[in-house]
Design a protein around this ligand. Structure first.
Ligand code: DGJ
Length: 768
């Protein structure tokens, strides 16, 4: 059902009501959207998000984003206009346009055909929709009419005939509000969109910290928490920082983003706000997560009056979108969540929302097969014999899925190193003389030890790329991103295919379909190993991403039984846009278990453990040179939804190899809880020598505790580990011992000790 509130005459001094509260539409979630005249509130179980139309200007003014509020909201006293800037710069605005006296970061910047960038987008009307309409061409959260309700606010600039729609959807059960914006040219001359925010909102004057995830290749998702300072450039006093690098990192931004063309390892498209006193388990926290895989920008600006603006959307350096008369540009959507239970509560809401209302895959909430990936074991040295050998060894250890990584393809330009072959997606005849199908049949005929299933087969691809040394490039040099006459910069000896071109999209869809139809392949690792260079226009990156989504959408709909894993040199595209199509992502190319605790817990700030690929690799670790015990590596890997091994089994010392079936059995036991349970970060590696994580099953009958010691703790007691989220009054068996009450486990906690560095424990709790 759709309800439309028509355009209203706005009075100068007060809010105008175009419908009485009794006219508000009825929903499954009765109070999810409350419209009182031109005041709008979206209400979740514990959140309200409210704004109103300013009667004088027709601008949208933000009122509240936080704990639930009911009834009328008093109008803020008009700000004192005593100074140089005027009213627009001193109030909380919901969709700040540009050129009329608000000098903070705008949410939209439109260049009119005359060349100027003034806009006056004023309220016209609203529409309420039960459920949630899809976003054309873009990934988006979804839900039934019972799950989600949508409010569309229609704005119009009468001077330029430009319309803007702000679409807000509320998922009450998750305390999540999702927003996107669209701009339509209703005039007769072209306009250019130079920036467009998915989400923009102004917080009141208060002290907030902002938290983001920064990194680089093999060092993804490290948390940065800093005070929001005045301006868009944060200031951090030098005295608080220990290294020059830290100083450079922290002073760079109340503002961050990616201009690589992709979401990138450098900064994740995620932002959180928290009060300075907010912790993992207590206090208010807000999270924003952009459902987009392209370049993005997050701007946090504390204005001169102390109001805090958050703007998340396209990166303006890569946005100059021409809109001809009648055309519309739709922004990606941004998920926002409110938690009164600290950063942990914020993460849990996002995790659940993503598993249930973002990931389309049938595997989103399913246990994942324990796998063995060939990369770190064999790198490019693979062939029929070596693959079959590791398949046999995998099956004998209880592995359920063998993944053949890079190095299997290329005929005239064989992929024996990273210098050649990308683009030529047929098996290398010298390495696979009997073709793929025969090998896959042999592998999938192997019985997995201690189980009733056969080994399954998965394959690695990097479809968006081409090596110049390939048949594809020789035939289609114009298919890559390029800006002639500039040289085409290679990285890892490869160039990026331009997925904005329909013929490139069709090429990928066709070869992938043929590949998946050619053999019994039940898993695909979709890799992507470089950023975009020499893009021919600022629009090329968004056009690419739209084309890429078409490819992802077509293939994942065509092959719904395949388990798809995303990868971009590890976590270079760990974002909600990818998760719509691929339910899991290879979290990092750093497989060192200690590093992985940081990376996986950082990633978990925004993304569910179910989405993380995590493997046991060989020691000394190939990235860090560190040696950690097998059990430690295994326990860290079990915290990822997709557990596996990434080594040559023949190189595992015999006495360790004997324990692998047991470790796989443990991983399989905890996997359903890790994939579908609630995650509690009990202590962080950034703050403690004893990082600990707990997962509780959905029905709350089981829980699993992961507990680690990083450095030795000589001749000293260890702190107790206090569990969280259990039922106070219930009794739990702890690895068979007990039962103990939830109250005891949470208030007193468990005491363990480790005799060496890299100690680890996985503890299983079962409710009586
Ligand atoms: C980068 C990935 O992150 C690795 O896991 C591996 O698949 C290599 N690419 C293969 O080239």
């Amino acid at each position: 059902m759709t309800t439309i509130c028509p355009a209203t005459m706005l009075q100068a001094t007060s809010r105008i009501y175009c419908s009485s509260p009794t006219m508000a539409p009825k929903f499954a979630n009765a109070n999810a959207i409350v419209v009182d005249g031109t005041t709008f509130c979206l209400n979740g179980h514990n959140v309200s998000y409210c704004f109103h139309v300013d009667g004088k200007t027709g601008d949208l003014r933000t009122d509240h984003f936080g704990g639930s509020v009911t009834g009328p909201i008093p109008i803020d006293p008009a700000p004192v206009i005593d100074g140089w800037t005027g009213m627009p710069d001193r109030v909380r605005r919901e969709f700040p346009d540009q050129g009329r006296g608000d000098f903070r970061v705008p949410a939209v910047r439109i260049r009119q055909s005359e060349g100027y960038t003034v806009s006056a987008l004023k309220y016209q009307s609203y529409t309420v929709v039960q459920g949630k309409p899809a976003l054309p061409g873009l990934p988006a959260t979804f839900g039934t009419e019972q799950d989600v309700s949508t409010l569309v606010v229609h704005l119009y600039d009468e001077y330029s005939a430009v319309a803007a729609d702000l679409t807000y959807s509320i998922f009450p059960e998750y305390d999540v509000i999702v927003r996107s914006a669209s701009i339509t040219n209703k005039g007769t001359r072209p306009i250019t969109i130079e920036s467009l925010a998915s989400f923009s909102t102004d917080f009141p004057c208060e002290d907030l910290d902002m938290i983001s995830l920064r990194g680089d290749w093999a060092r993804e998702a490290h948390r940065v928490r800093r005070t929001v300072e005045y301006g868009t450039q944060g200031y951090v006093s030098e005295g608080t920082l220990s290294t020059l690098m830290e100083y450079t990192m922290l002073t760079c931004c109340n503002r961050f983003g990616s201009t690589t063309g992709f979401s990138s390892h450098l900064h994740n498209p995620f932002l959180a706000f928290a009060h300075t006193s907010t912790t993992e388990s207590q206090g208010e926290a807000w999270g924003f997560s952009l459902v987009y895989t392209g370049s993005f920008e997050v701007n946090v600006e504390k204005g001169s009056q102390g109001l805090i603006r958050a703007v998340l959307g396209f990166h303006p350096n890569q946005m100059s979108w021409l809109l001809r008369p009648g055309e519309t540009l739709v922004s990606p959507e941004c998920v926002s969540v409110y938690s009164k239970d600290g950063l942990g509560g914020m993460s849990r809401s996002l995790h659940k929302l993503y598993r249930n209302h973002l990931m389309r895959s049938k595997f989103a909430n399913a246990s994942r097969p324990a796998l063995l990936n060939s990369w770190e074991g064999l790198y490019f040295n693979i062939d029929e014999r070596s693959m079959y050998r590791i398949a046999q060894e995998s099956a004998s250890m209880g592995v359920k899925l063998l993944v053949m990584d890079d190095g299997w393809f290329g005929k005239e330009h064989p992929r024996t190193s990273d210098a050649a072959g990308l683009g030529d997606w047929m098996p290398n005849p010298a390495r696979f003389p009997h073709g793929l199908n025969q090998l896959v049949n042999k592998i999938t005929s192997l019985k997995v030890a201690n189980s009733s299933v056969n080994l399954r087969f998965g394959i690695w691809v990097e479809p968006e790329m081409v090596n110049p040394d390939s048949t594809l490039y020789r035939e289609h040099p114009d298919w890559v991103l390029h800006a002639d006459p500039y040289p085409r910069t290679e990285q890892r000896n490869q160039l990026v295919l331009n997925l904005a071109l329909p013929e490139v999209q069709d090429f990928i869809i066709d070869f992938m379909s043929n590949l998946l139809n050619s053999a019994d392949i039940t898993y695909v690792k979709w890799d992507h190993n470089r950023p975009m260079n020499e893009t021919p226009s600022p629009n090329a990156t968004h056009a690419y991403i739209l084309g890429m989504y078409r490819v992802f959408d077509t293939l994942t709909s065509r092959f719904p039984d395949v388990l798809w894993e995303g990868c971009a040199s590890g976590g270079g595209r760990f974002d909600p846009g990818v998760l719509q199509f691929f339910p899991q992502i290879w979290t990092s190319d750093d497989s060192d278990a200690v590093e992985r605790i940081f990376i996986q817990l950082g990633t978990s700030l925004a993304y569910p453990a179910s989405a993380m690929g995590a493997h046991i690799s060989a020691v000394p670790n190939h990235q860090t040179g560190r040696t950690t015990p097998l059990s430690f590596r295994a326990h860290v890997a079990m915290m990822g939804g997709s557990f596996g091994l990434e080594l040559d089994p023949s190189e595992i010392p015999l006495e360790e190899k004997a324990t692998i079936p047991e470790l796989i059995a443990l991983a399989e036991k905890v996997n359903p809880i890790v994939v579908t349970g609630d995650m509690w970060r009990l202590s962080l590696p950034d703050e403690s020598n004893w990082p600990a994580v707990q997962f509780i099953s959905e029905d709350r009958s089981q829980a699993v505790l992961f507990y680690f010691q990083l450095s030795p703790n000589v001749n000293h007691t260890m702190p107790r580990v206090r569990l969280q989220g259990l039922d106070m009054n219930a009794m739990y068996r702890v690895d068979g011992a007990g039962p103990y009450s939830g109250a005891m486990l949470m208030n007193l906690g468990l005491q363990y000790s480790f005799s060496t560095e890299y100690g680890s424990k996985v503890v299983f709790l079962a409710k009586q």
